[in-house]
Design a protein around this ligand. Sequence first.
Ligand code: UDP
Length: 414
Amino acid sequence: MTPGILESYAAVAGEDVVDHLRQLAAPLAGTRVVHVSSTREGGGVAEILRKLIPLTRALGLEASWEVIAGTPDFYRFTKSLHNGLQGKGVPLPQNLLREYENVNAENAETLRGALNDADFVFVHDPQPAALLSHFPDRKGRWIWRCHIDVQRPHRPTWRYLRQWVALYDASIFSLPEFVQPLPHPQFLVPPSIDPLSEKNIELSPEEVADVRTRFGLNPELPLVVQVSRFDRFKDPLGVIAAYRLVKRHTRLQLVLAGGGATDDPEGDAVLTEVRDAAQDDPDIHVLLLPPDAHRTVNALQRAADIVLQKSLREGFGLTVAEAMWKGKPVIGGDTGGIRLQVIQHYTGFLVRTPEGAALRMRYLLHRRDVLESMGERARRFVWENFLITRHLREYLAIMLGLRAGQTEWIEVGW
Ligand code: UDP
């Protein structure tokens, strides 16, 4: 680990914040913590774990990150699980269900060495949730970490997943609305962004200008950006509809930037729908980015006048915090974790329809003073609430609580 990582975070998040982390971590020195997820690239979970692991290690714990390997049928099934948990239910076919269980069984064998001896295992999202059933002799405590919007899950889907989740020692959700009846303690921990990652560090004006040139963006025209996997819950078609409504009055440019996550099999179909909807409008730029294009995403968010995240369901929406950290007001879907971040009229606007999004876009494009003051408040709000240091503090507190035999239903304040 690079010496000085904690000092770098102290410089951004505050000395007191990092001191608090050191205090919480001291009794956990040497503790073996393993995070398990289903992809190393693409999507919010990978984004968080990439930096949470080194930071945890810098605090003296032995942290590692394991990724399960799946098959196309497995990912097809877990995408259905994901859609069902977010309320869009489809039947779960028996053969795919068996594939889910088999893939989890196989991964349990591959990961047995790493997981059996761990003191804490954080299993992220539904894909690897069934792993635990293969560890009857586990020594450590296992926590299921749910990143998705499970406010109104399709009941049969949740019932199926619940049989695996109920075996855990605890679970973590991002919002109180997502909490489900489960026979173990549940914690509330909203996700976070890393201010020192390539995605979020300061960039020079030249680098931001370069990205405009690279993608043929006109620096004279207002720019609205949405960065998201090509997923229907992110409502890219609603974004195009909103853009078209604004364009009747004001010429502007829209960037829809996305890339595939390796565990998301629906991306290609949605990308085709988006390209069809954009047709030959030269002011709509649909960008398919490689998964490691963090600096490009950073520059696009900085180049934007307004950032949109018009999701219809959203566990948290890291893209919202990322944009706010760059001083951008966000017009976001009035759903899930976006509501934690976009405070109406304060850090942005919550909307339910393309018409609502268009109205707020027009307002902000005409009121630069409001746009800028909202952006400043947005940055401050992220600094106070959504940096990785706060996230890690809560994970440390949960580990301490569970190790001390905490069995009550606990809410970790933030
Ligand atoms: N992201 C990216 N490139 C893309 C699309 C998304 O780097 O083409 C990143 C985005 O910046 C954010 C994460 O992937 O950090 C997406 O997290 P979010 O919580 O917004 O959505 P999820 O994909 O987890 O539903």
